[in-house]
Write a protein that binds this ligand. Sequence first.
Ligand SMILES: *[C@@H]1O[C@H](CO)[C@@H](O)[C@H](O)[C@H]1NC(C)=O
Ligand SMILES: *[C@@H]1O[C@H](CO)[C@@H](O)[C@H](O)[C@H]1NC(C)=O
Length: 370
Amino acid sequence: MQFSFWGFAFLAFILGVFATDDGLQQVVEWENGSLLVNDERVIVMSGEFHYARLPVPELWFDVFQKFKANGMNAVSIYFFWSYHSASKGTYDFTTPGKDIQRLLDLAKQAGLYVIARPGPYCNAETNGGGFALWTSDGSGGNYRTSDETYRKAWSEWISKVGEIIAKNQITNGGPVILAQVENELQETRYQANDTLVIYMEQLKTAFRDSGIVVPLTHNEKGLRSKSWSTDYNNVGGAINVYGLDSYPGGMSCTNLDTGFNMPRTYYQWFQEVSPTQPEYFPEFEGGWFQPWGGYFFDQCLAEQSPEFADVFYKGLIGQRATLINLYMAFGGTNWGHSAAPVVSEAIWLNECWLTCYPGVHFLRLRRTTA
Ligand SMILES: *[C@@H]1O[C@H](CO)[C@@H](O)[C@H](O)[C@H]1NC(C)=O
Ligand SMILES: *[C@@H]1O[C@H](CO)[C@@H](O)[C@H](O)[C@H]1NC(C)=O
């Protein structure tokens, strides 16, 4: 068969078989600025959803269907350690509101990919950033460092939640295509012996040990530092797909007159920090939380009108973003004092994207990307 070699090479070329992967699987790869899932180029349009803020599984499918109906193909989810581990040594994944398996099954059923973000630190304006509250007696050690006491505490969580996430990866027929390590951890010293670098290495090992093989990601906290990209000063700790968050509307529910900053340098930023990877926004402003003494969402909404979506989301496409997660796409309620002190007792803003303007924003964006 003379055809075989060149024929294969040609086929490989057009099918994108030269894509890059994480070396552990070839179902989720990336090439020329976007993700490939099963060799098909995918623009990921995702929305953030926190099941802990809607702890009623009967309502999850409705939310996922609305995401889908709004043109999204993915949901990005934080898994809060604090929510599943009320005391040392206890991990609850079976109480209905904590049933992750059901959550992931429903996402799959709705036709959504899942981007799993199990921390161990999440922030997300939760009390303790998602750390199990029992760690606050000192058994959490030195948080977010390579401290051994801390490592022992989070290892349990990552191995338990990681095992469930692993089982639900696309490689096993599930919906999970990416997994985020930590959140907003700024790399400050590019030295292999730095405690943060060692910490990221420990986390990556723990994720992999739990069976997670899909590409690992991270969320850079705004345009402030250049962290954990394989393409930028990598001395260890780098993940596969670098991501950046951005909230150009600022604290719009605290002060309605803050105005907007239209960032025009995302593309240049990614070209510098992660040129071989797709441009990923693990969080892009979709709303804001309800602050103490701030405005309620019906007033804030003016700041995040359809025009906001039109200008800002198209702006992202114009700057070649190919993975966009709107944060939040569904808000919910902080039950049982689970909110950080900056957030008022109840509402994480922006459930309104779905309930007030179903379809409008995402369908527009979809038309832009098609
Ligand atoms: C895709 O990326 C590869 C490797 O960087 C490059 O050789 C190729 O020219 C790119 N293709 C396109 C269409 O840009
Ligand atoms: C860390 O590494 C740097 C060089 O990369 C070295 O100068 C420094 O002494 C090291 N620090 C420790 C605590 O080993």
